[in-house]
Design a binder for this molecule. Structure first.
Ligand SMILES: Cc1cc2nc3c(=O)[nH]c(=O)nc-3n(C[C@H](O)[C@H](O)[C@H](O)COP(=O)(O)OP(=O)(O)OC[C@H]3O[C@@H](n4cnc5c(N)ncnc54)[C@H](O)[C@@H]3O)c2cc1C
Ligand SMILES: NC(=O)c1ccc[n+]([C@@H]2O[C@H](COP(=O)([O-])OP(=O)(O)OC[C@H]3O[C@@H](n4cnc5c(N)ncnc54)[C@H](O)[C@@H]3O)[C@@H](O)[C@H]2O)c1
Length: 456
């Protein structure tokens, strides 16, 4: 059933700008409700997650993790004669998979009869979109799903640095990598390059890595990655970057006279909503201080005919959220369903090595909300896999519980496979289960996940 679509007054019922996670989902669902939908994409259908984010990143994590598996293999009786790694082979295989997904997403749009314009689009009015070719198209609704873009702070020589956009295309594996930032992208690529044998230096302007994650897990990650050879420079803003004649790069930090020598400098200092030059002023939509599009609970902007979903709204920059927002928009506006997105208990993970993952309140967030009326359970253990592999690294699981109701407020973990384990656990936290519910569940032995039902 199509709601509120007034027949043929407009070229389309919905025009979506941006064919990424949110835009593709919204287009497909709106079309399935009977809407006439078009989408514009200026780069490649699939968006950040598929083309230069989650998917190629995770494949590089898998690829680099073989180093650890191969080192440990000898303990299991394997002889690995000569361990060599070829970056172009991994890079090209990953890029080929990106091509496959790009085609799959394009087919999805085609199969759902969503018209595609492979060019940049801007907003020309409340119901009008202008394509780069100059063509103007009218639509009853416009959905902005243009995502975000890497921030490159201003410092001399920034043009010699790369961002996550370029990191998937490196010609050769660098010997020395300097990474600016200590958030998701920095920690994930620090792990990838370190595992592949590069010397990695993480430079951060503060002392905090992975703000928002539980402190004990962050400390554990820091400890393990330092032992693995990653160097950290904290409270060190970039002063300038200079390129030498041999193509290598000198990174000067703060007032330190001696530079760090690098072959690649990756800047991972956050992503800004992609609204520059989008023409939103033509529809009276004003932007927030970070360049984001402010929206109400249903994704509606200050203009009744314009909605926005995903990273461009700068709420939670995660793919499953962009997808949910796109789905909820299409179901509500074109399917007549009163749906909205719940932002409570969003599970998230950092695919560092080892990975960490969390859902719900961290210990310090719970203390802020509940004072001393919380209980913290933890399991600090050495995974069987690590013992056998002669790895001293320990896993750490934490459960934060409301002392009055025994309700589990948050679960946080670092250790092998923690994102896989956390996804299932997040169901229990979202459902509001108690510590007693966990305790009543029989352990699945031997596993790392059994620690969750054995915590004291
Ligand atoms: C390196 C990296 C790793 C990540 N890893 C994860 C992860 O593991 N898990 C996770 O949940 N999230 C991850 N993310 C975040 C995730 O990719 C984003 O949250 C998600 O892609 C946002 O979806 P979106 O639809 O809002 O925007 P996008 O997917 O960015 O899509 C926006 C699209 O709009 C297009 N566009 C922009 N402006 C215009 C215009 N004017 N005209 C036409 N087209 C336009 C862009 O080209 C793009 O294709 C990662 C991000 C990065 C950068
Ligand atoms: N596994 C995942 O789910 C995943 C992976 C990658 C990215 N993402 C999403 O993409 C977003 C962007 O990732 P990110 O790592 O670029 O951002 P981030 O917000 O995670 O980290 C940014 C880092 O840069 C530092 N920083 C910020 N401004 C700076 C400046 N001007 N100079 C120096 N340092 C500065 C911050 O202190 C922080 O350490 C994330 O917030 C996340 O939502 C998710």
């Amino acid at each position: 059933m199509v709601k509120q679509v007034s027949g043929r007054d407009f070229d389309y019922d919905l025009f979506v700008i941006g064919a990424g996670s949110g835009g593709v989902r919204a287009s497909r669902i709106a079309a399935s409700h009977g809407a006439r939908v078009a989408v514009a994409e200026e780069y490649r259908v699939g968006g950040t997650c598929v083309i230069r984010g989650c998917v190629p990143k995770k494949l590089l994590v898998y690829g680099s993790h073989f180093a650890e598996e191969l080192q440990d293999a000898a303990n299991y009786g394997w002889t690995v004669e000569k361990m060599t790694f070829d970056w172009p082979t991994l890079r090209d295989a990953v890029l080929k998979d990106v091509d496959r997904l790009n085609t799959a997403y394009t087919n999805t749009l085609e199969n759902n009869k969503v018209e595609r314009f492979l060019e940049r689009a801007t907003v020309a009015g409340p119901n009008l979109v202008r394509l780069a070719s100059g063509r103007e198209i009218s639509a009853k609704y416009i959905l902005i799903a243009t995502g975000a873009w890497p921030v490159m702070p201003e410092f001399p020589g920034s043009e010699h640095c790369i961002t996550s956009n370029e990191v998937f295309h490196l010609e050769k594996l660098p010997k020395r990598v300097v990474i600016s930032g200590a958030g998701y992208i920095a920690m994930e690529f620090a792990g990838i390059f370190n595992a592949l044998g590069c010397h990695v230096t993480v430079v951060n302007r503060s002392e905090t890595i992975l703000r928002g994650y539980d402190e004990s897990l962050r400390d554990r990650l820091l400890q393990i990655t330092m032992a693995r050879g990653i160097e950290y420079k904290f409270n060190c803003p970039f002063d300038r970057v200079e390129k030498r004649e041999d193509g290598s790069i000198d990174v000067f930090l703060g007032k330190q006279p001696d530079p760090i020598h690098a072959d690649v400098v990756l800047v991972a200092t956050g992503r800004r909503p992609k609204t520059d030059g989008l023409g939103l002023e033509n529809a009276g939509v004003t932007l927030g201080s970070a360049g984001e599009i402010p929206v109400d609970d249903h994704g509606k902007t200050s203009c009744d005919s314009i909605y926005a979903v995903g990273d461009v709204t700068n709420r939670v920059q995660l793919t499953p959220i962009a997808i949910r927002e796109g789905q909820a928009f299409a179901d509500r506006v074109f399917g007549g369903k009163e749906t909205s997105v719940s932002y409570d208990c969003i599970p998230s993970a950092v695919f560092s090595q080892p990975p960490l993952a969390g859902v719900g309140l961290t210990e310090s967030q719970a203390r802020q909300a509940f004072g001393s009326n919380i209980k913290v359970y933890s399991s600090d253990f050495r995974p069987m896999k690590n013992i056998f592999g002669h790895r001293p690294e320990r896993g750490l699981y934490k459960m934060i519980v409301d002392a009055s109701t025994e309700k589990v407020l948050g679960i946080h973990m670092i250790g092998p496979d923690s994102p896989e384990i956390l996804q299932a656990t997040a169901i229990a936290v979202k459902a509001g289960l108690t510590k007693a519910d966990f305790d009543a569940t029989v352990a699945l032995h031997p596993s790392m996940a059994e620690e969750l039902v054995l915590m004291r």
